[in-house]
Design a protein around this ligand. Structure first.
Ligand code: BJW
Ligand code: ZN
Length: 252
């Protein structure tokens, strides 16, 4: 049993559930996380690759990194954690997935209501006119020459992701904040909860009275805040949690 009976009843009867996810939820799909042993930031410096200044300095370098990650993300498949979260869309009266991930694996698993706090690698945006284009087309047209051709306006396409020092998409963040504050429960899966303002949503949910449950291989910055921290791989813990919560409506 993962949860004490009182917590299990509270979670099972939640009407509004928010799943807040980070890179760890896609780790079992073969995608790298950022922090911790083997994380991307062990091999690469964020200031060289994930800031607008880095892109202005060397767009080719930044694009080569994102193009190789895009290939990995294209080939990746949703894992059991993504699939459980998608099934919960039919189990809870309201389920919103708030993700920091840019890989779209939640959507590919079947989740309908997904808020992408840090944008998506599947789109690219012109730094000049802000026109967006599918990254897959842009890279195909570039034919291996990176950075890809500039936009007709003279600007340059960049991945439509949120780099350090950039604002999160305003409406997406505003809705995520509303959802967090009005949720009965928030399950944070596979995030170190160290990047702001995204991590602040967990505190907001907690302050508004939501039950906060963490699923992570390791203790994280939010373990102290969570009512319960479930230790283990998301692809194993979430299916076990799904079994434990059963169908809606559930008796305590
Ligand atoms: C598993 C597992 C398995 C592994 N199962 N678990 C307040 C305080 C301090 C700093 C700031 C602050 N406010 C703003 C800042 C600055 C900065 C920030 O937060 N810095 C901190 C790092 C110190 N924030 C920003 O700059 C943000 N912008 C902003 O605040 O703008 C304000 C502004 C105002 C006015 C004008 C202009 C601006 C933007 C942040 C953007 C972050 N971008 C990135 C890159 C996105 C694109 C890309 O993918 O390349 O987003 S960085 C990276 O970190 C990525 C992630 O979404 C994000 C979070 O990482 P995540 O998902 O938590 O992954 P990890 O690797 O950290 O953790 C994985 C976890 O999974 C681990 O705990 C593992 O144990 C676990 N795990 N396998 C379960 N199988
Ligand atoms: Zn343009």
């Amino acid at each position: 049993m993962l949860l004490a009976p009182a917590l299990r009843a509270r979670l099972a009867q939640a009407r509004k559930l928010v799943v807040f996810s980070g890179a760890g939820v896609s780790q079992e799909s073969g995608l790298g996380t950022f922090r911790g042993p083997g994380g991307l930031w062990e091999r690469f410096r964020p200031e060289d690759l994930a800031t607008p200044e880095a892109f202005a300095r060397d767009p080719g370098l930044v694009w080569r990194w994102y193009a190789s990650r895009f290939e990995a993300m294209r080939e990746a498949r949703p894992n059991p954690a993504h699939l459980v979260i998608a099934r919960w869309g039919g189990r809870f009266p309201s389920l919103v997935v708030v993700t920091q991930n840019i890989d779209r694996l939640h959507q590919r698993a079947g989740s309908r209501d997904v808020l992408e706090l840090h944008g998506t690698i599947w789109e690219s945006r012109c730094t000049g006119c802000r026109r967006t284009r599918a990254t897959v087309e842009l890279l195909a047209e570039a034919g291996g020459t990176l950075p890809p051709l500039p936009c007709a306006c003279g600007g340059r396409y960049r991945p439509a992701v949120v780099w350090f020092g950039e604002r999160l998409p305003e409406q997406v963040f505003a809705r995520a904040l509303d959802e967090a504050r009005s949720s009965d429960a928030l399950i944070a899966v596979g995030t170190s909860a160290t990047v702001w303002p995204a991590a602040g949503l967990i505190e907001e949910a907690c302050a508004a009275g939501a039950l906060v449950v963490e699923v992570n291989r390791e203790p994280s910055a939010l373990s102290g805040l969570a009512a319960v921290a479930l230790a283990g791989a998301a692809g194993e813990v979430l299916p076990a949690l799904e079994t434990e919560l059963g169908a809606w409506p559930t008796r305590a």
